[in-house]
Design a binder for this molecule. Structure first.
Ligand code: AMP
Ligand code: ZN
Length: 477
């Protein structure tokens, strides 16, 4: 309800009374917070600027589909927040780690420069994420542009007694932070036992981690009060999140593998730099992706880059396949799974051809609001598709709007149907000709001929299906 005050300001009485508006109640998001290990109602610090940070890629190689899954999870969160708080009221930062020993090694292997490796890989990353239908984050800062800020933060930590110098390195002294281990819920002993921490003679404690390390002459480096060197990995996120989102922001996201040590270390750096102010109020972690039931690894030969997969499958089919698992669960990426997702999208595109998006379905939205329960939401989309298939135009409009919210059904139906795997050499005019000839044979009740044509198409790797909209064809797998 709105009231107009004497000086003409329009005020929300509900907000004045600390009550939630009906709209706020209906669109309340619940998120599982790693920090509390509970599902909580999400309350932003400032609803007119909801602030999210996700740890981005280290750009030394093509993104694999596991990376794709994590960034897709954060994209779904971004989309949901934009839906609830408004498109212009969400700031999403996803960094680019463009300084790292893996990048240096790759440049050496390829006998090229670090700048070349990071530029090419970053471009490929942007292209791959666009193919998976990810929205561009609001900001995508590169770590190398924030080294000054990192040097400043390290200086502050040394001054406060949280960091010390040892053999050209600056190390964060974990013992000085009584909250260290809280986010990942581990004791120091657990951490030492469970983690592969780098043991180095110059560390006061094996858990102490690097803020700054010296660079050899042939390694990239920046001048600093501790000599020429480069930052440790954890530091960049503390500095870039503060630069764009302030000391305390709403949501920090990452893959589950980042909780420890990366996020634990980020929290230590930020809270000690900021007089104890929390870094983020909610921590969201995405589960891992496996391929055909196995951990993805180069040695198993099941390492799938997005770059390769998009030649075989439409990005939206991969997107839908990945979304069939809840983001906190593990997910099994499989050829059968993508095929099934493609078939579902074929159908959804058919029943929404030429349809304008209507209102987002309520039952669907209720699922998303409940800790981004996309699999639950997809069940509602199947229901809508069933109704749309029976001619319910309202259901078709709602299906389109709801699928759009998930980044699906983004194309015109014709463009979707025109998609072909890369390198496929198909004589589509000949296929259309054969389908016409078969239709004529059937009309003339020459079933021997119509069967022969079906077999000829089969020989070309084409399966045909007779449906209410006529005969359609698809590639046989
Ligand atoms: P990286 O470039 O290795 O730092 O990883 C970028 C993001 O991908 C991080 O959020 C990781 O947690 C995530 N990630 C890496 N491997 C997987 C996987 N197999 N499944 C899901 N997420 C992953
Ligand atoms: Zn990070």
């Amino acid at each position: 309800m709105l009231v107009v005050t004497a000086n003409g300001n329009r005020l929300k009485t509900d907000a004045l009374l600390g009550r939630k508006t009906p709209q706020e109640r209906d669109m309340e998001i619940q998120l599982h917070n790693t920090a509390s290990r509970k599902k909580e109602v999400f309350t932003p610090i400032d609803p007119s600027n909801v602030r999210v940070y996700a740890c981005g890629p280290t750009v030394y190689d093509y993104a694999h589909i596991g990376n794709g899954r994590s960034f897709l999870t954060f994209d779904l969160l971004f989309r949901l927040l934009r839906h609830v708080y408004g498109e212009d009221h969400v700031t999403y930062v996803r960094n680019i780690t463009d300084i790292d020993d893996k990048i240096m090694d790759r440049a050496q292997q390829r006998e090229t420069t670090i700048a070349d490796v990071t530029r090419e890989t970053t471009e490929a990353f942007f292209a791959d994420m666009a193919t998976l239908g990810l929205l561009e984050p609001t900001h995508q800062p590169r770590a190398t542009d924030y080294v000054d800020g990192m040097i400043e933060m390290i200086g502050g930590l040394v001054e406060k007694g949280n960091a010390y110098l040892a053999e050209g390195h600056v190390l964060f002294e974990v013992k000085t932070d009584k909250n260290y281990g809280k986010l990942s819920n581990r004791s120091l002993d657990d951490m030492i036992a469970g983690a592969r921490v780098e043991v180095a003679p110059y560390k006061r404690d094996p858990m102490d981690f690097v803020l700054w390390k010296p660079s050899a002459d042939d390694q990239p480096g920046w001048d600093s009060p501790w000599g020429r060197g480069r930052p440790g990995w954890h530091l960049e996120c503390s500095v870039m999140s503060e630069a764009f989102l302030g000391q305390t922001f709403d949501i920090h996201a990452g893959g589950v593998d980042l909780i420890f040590p990366h996020h634990e270390n980020e929290v230590a750096q930020s809270t000690c730099s900021h007089g104890g102010a929390a870094m983020a109020n909610y921590w969201i972690h995405g589960g891992f992706l496996q391929v055909e039931g196995e951990k993805m690894s180069k040695s198993l030969g099941n390492f799938k880059t997005v770059h390769e997969l998009v030649k075989e499958w439409p990005g939206e089919a991969m997107r839908l396949h990945i979304m069939t698992s809840h983001y906190r669960q593990g997910m099994n990426f499989s050829a059968d799974g993508i095929k099934e997702a493609k078939a579902i999208l074929d159908r959804w595109y058919r029943v929404t051809a030429g349809v304008e998006a209507g209102a987002v379905d309520e039952a669907f939205l209720t699922c998303l609001l409940d800790d981004i329960n996309v699999p639950g939401g997809l069940a509602e989309l199947h229901r809508l598709a069933g109704e749309a298939g029976k001619g319910d135009a309202e259901a078709a409009r709602s299906l389109k709007a709801s699928a759009n919210l998930l980044g699906l059904l983004q194309l015109e139906t014709k463009a979707w149907e025109a998609w072909r795997p890369e390198g496929l050499d198909l004589d589509e005019a000949r296929i259309a000709e054969l389908i016409e000839a078969r239709k004529a044979a059937r009309a003339a009740k020459d079933f021997a001929e119509s069967d022969r044509i079906r077999d000829e198409l089969k020989g070309m790797g084409i399966a045909i299906k007779d449906g209410p909209e006529g005969t359609t064809w698809e590639l046989m797998s």
